[in-house]
Design a protein around this ligand. Sequence first.
Ligand SMILES: *Cc1c(COP(=O)(O)O)cnc(C)c1O
Length: 412
Amino acid sequence: MTDAFTLFERHVNPGLAGLLRFTGLDRVESHAEGPYVWDTTGKRYLDFLGLYGTLNLGHRHPRVVEAVKRQLDRMPMSVRILVSEPTARLAAKLAEITPEGLEMVFFGNSGAEAVEAAIKLARAHTGRPTLVTTEGGFHGKTMGALSLTPRPQYQDPAKPLLPGVRVVPYGDLKALEEAMDETVAAVIVEPVQGEGGIRVPPEGYLRGVRELTRRWGALMIADEVQTGLGRTGKLWGVEWEAVAPDLLTSAKALGGGVMPIGACVGRPEVFSVFKENPLYHSSTFGGNPLAAAAALAAIEVTLEENLPQRALEVGAYLMEGLKGLAEAFPHLIAEVRGRGLMLGVEFQDADIGALVVAELAERGVLTAFGLNNPQVVRLEPPLIIGKEHVDEALSALEESLKATEKALEGLL
Ligand SMILES: *Cc1c(COP(=O)(O)O)cnc(C)c1O
């Protein structure tokens, strides 16, 4: 029987298979639990990537699995012309736990779909065409979301994209001010850039975006698909500056690491288009009962176990260890940065990063680079990990750095 890796290489994505082979990850996953994953050879990995911020609760959190099983035995799909209870309860829960004024929810199945909804709502509400996004920003790869993800590798083959998109440097309020005018419908911004290489904006940036959008009658969209639900050490990334956006997108961790779901939460005025035009935007599977049950359980666990606080504490411990390694290997590591358990290690160049990722995989620790910035390796482990897991990852990283150093010496 042909192995699954070969079938993937043949029928799904040969280029990606090649990249995986290069990092020694030409492996097939078998099962997972908590912060660990096993491949079909029985090798165990500590998951320090966490599906790019999806696995805040680790793999197969028992309470999420239980909630999904219960809903599965009852009614996994909504008929849509009756109201689904888990979906309605989840919407109310999101209204309760998101910043003030955000009361209405549109459900999709992914981050990109949450962003698509935000784009359509912003244009319908303001009647304006222009969308402003940031350099290094990542908002998904469907046509609308891709138009806000300014990376030539992703955009160029798909052109033409949405018209009316302006790109400004991230963290730069002066540049944003210059990009604003009365045609701007919305400015979309990540509270911390994820794929862009874990970039934390300067203090006051999110407040500044809020003030500028308000002054110009434009909407502020906070894309919390990766930062949301405790990842940065607060429930939402915008809480670091006590900012309430007009629209907030969530996905990744929202499904508790068990189900896919995306949500766009917003102020009632911004959703008023649905009063006249109830089917302006819709999705057959968006917010289905199974996914909604998972999300409700995920939110409960996140709040009851105070996972944002835990991300802050465990994140500080991990950061301390990373800083020590950065000092010990300055010729390899340029900088470590981040917030909570959304941390990035910037290497002196992308090739060093790739070598370290491969060495880490060999030692049973999973990490990856930022999609928009291969020089930065991201550490986004489950928020449920303890110091023992951090110690395990740090010692593997130290050994990987030593091995990389040796490999580089050989090249010189
Ligand atoms: C991952 C991500 C998206 C896209 O989410 P998908 O579920 O992959 O479509 C959008 N915005 C941010 C900030 C993300 O990290």
